[in-house]
Design a protein around this ligand. Structure first.
Ligand SMILES: [Zn+2]
Length: 84
């Protein structure tokens, strides 16, 4: 009785871990997940490029950081099209 419940608990934990792993992978590997990932990357590059550009007074870095915002807006359009 005790061993049975222990095995059930282990099986349940294994199945839960499997489902969690599968869900995370599907979220990242799907088209929407990849778009969101690239969008987050573009925003990250914007913030780094903008802050460094402001720090070292580089107009070209600041200008390119706004180019990155333009890329991020294109990704948003792609996300909207994918959702609709
Ligand atoms: Zn670009």
């Amino acid at each position: 009785m005790e061993t049975d419940s222990a095995i059930n608990k282990q099986e349940l934990l294994a199945i839960t871990a499997k489902i969690k792993k599968k869900t995370t992978w599907n979220q990242i590997s799907g088209r929407k997940g990849r778009l969101v990932l690239i969008f987050i990357g573009a925003l990250l590059i914007f913030f780094v490029e903008f802050s460094v550009g402001m720090g070292v007074n580089s107009l070209s870095l600041i200008a390119d950081s706004f180019h990155e915002i333009n890329d991020a807006s294109a990704i948003i359009i792609a996300l909207v099209i994918h959702t609709v």
